[in-house]
Design a protein around this ligand. Structure first.
Ligand SMILES: Nc1nc2c(ncn2[C@@H]2O[C@H](COP(=O)(O)OP(=O)(O)OP(=O)(O)O)[C@@H](O)[C@H]2O)c(=O)[nH]1
Ligand SMILES: [Mg+2]
Ligand SMILES: [Zn+2]
Length: 321
């Protein structure tokens, strides 16, 4: 559903009024002991269809519906809500987001500090899929890291490290883990404090297994990958936020088998290749598509070894060349 500008403006105005009212109410709340039912801020933990699980500032969970006319909220969103009955409530406004992650025009999560793209030895990583995920993440302007899981299944770890050196030279930090054998998991965990992290990646790579390892007693459902197709079985169904007891949050998201980026423009694909950035705008032709135009700064950088030729080929593949 797309809103007209006027509808959008109205929704924003109504929300701004609600937010102002709630702020006023909370500054008065010291005088009123019984503030049940008043608007309060909450954190969206997950959404199931039209229902939201919202956590209050004191850590209680409420099953909420959204009031009509407010934008859809997702895991990581800050909202205003009112309790109605027991553990139920109504979300009345969506607070301003710092950022959000969208795929195929669907909002996945909001207010993320770092994104971890999880890949694995099985299902075996594919560069095209990795680059598709990276394009989505780069377009959300989020810090991105890569995790290669199940390294104990690799018969040639040097080849794996060589494969990912092209992402390291593009500026991505790459961690090599085995959740099964606990390899490098403790070091990995030490990087996660006090921020909101999202785990993204194909089904079956071990996102939920890793989160289970990082948050003891969580017991998220994980599933065997199909022995026949070697693909994941789509175990996680809802994008959900979990608190790390020592600080910070982890957002688990469902993997998808085919990661379609058909709604991305060539321009978005180009800006998804972060190491191309210094050269964009330096080509002879302003509308250079960096394919076979003369005096193309990107191609010159590839020839000079400043851009990895494999990454450049991946770019050509994604724009359909
Ligand atoms: N061999 C091996 N298997 C692992 C490792 N980490 C996770 N697995 C297994 O991989 C399978 C899939 O793990 P999940 O955590 O469900 O994968 P997911 O990425 O959450 O998948 P979706 O929820 O479908 O997106 C499970 O059988 C895990 O036990 C590892 O380091 N090595
Ligand atoms: Mg999962
Ligand atoms: Zn060019």
């Amino acid at each position: 559903m797309s809103l007209t500008r006027r509808q959008k403006w109205r929704i924003e105005k109504i929300q701004a009024e609600r937010i102002a009212r709630a702020q006023k109410a909370s500054s008065n709340s010291e005088t009123s002991l019984d503030n049940a039912g008043e608007e309060q801020t909450g954190l969206v933990i997950t959404r199931y269809g039209q229902r939201l699980l919202v956590e209050s500032e004191s850590g209680d969970l409420y099953q909420c519906t959204g009031r009509q006319n407010i934008e859809l909220s997702v895991a990581g969103d800050q909202v205003l809500f009112q309790t109605t009955d027991g553990n139920e409530g109504v979300v009345t406004a969506l607070l301003k987001r710092d950022n959000s992650l969208t795929r195929s025009q669907k909002l996945i999560a909001a207010n993320i500090d770092e994104l971890w793209l999880v890949v694995a030895i099985e299902p075996h990583y594919q560069f095209e899929l990795i680059d598709r995920y990276l394009v989505v993440a780069e377009n959300a302007s989020l810090p991105i890291n890569i995790v290669v899981n199940k390294i104990e299944l690799s018969k040639n770890i040097d080849q794996v490290k060589y494969d990912f050196s092209m992402y390291e030279s593009a500026g991505y930090n790459v961690s090599y883990l085995s959740v099964k054998e606990q390899t490098n998991v403790a070091e990995f965990k030490s990087q996660l404090n006090d921020k909101t992290h999202i785990f993204l990646g194909q089904s079956g790579v071990g996102k939920s297994s890793l989160i289970n390892e990082l948050i003891p007693d969580l017991n998220l459902r994980v599933n065997e990958i199909s022995t026949k197709s070697k693909l994941g079985k789509h175990t996680t169904t809802n994008t959900t936020l979990y608190h790390i007891p020592s600080g910070g949050d982890l957002i688990d998201s469902p993997g998808i088998r085919e990661f379609q980026l058909d709604d991305l423009t060539d321009k978005e694909i180009l800006s998804g290749f972060r190491e191309f950035k210094p050269f964009i705008g330096q080509c002879k032709f302003r509308n250079c598509a960096h394919i076979n135009e003369p005096k193309c700064a990107i191609k010159t950088a590839v020839e000079a070894g400043e851009i990895n030729p494999m990454r450049y080929n991946n770019y050509l593949q994604l724009i359909g060349m």
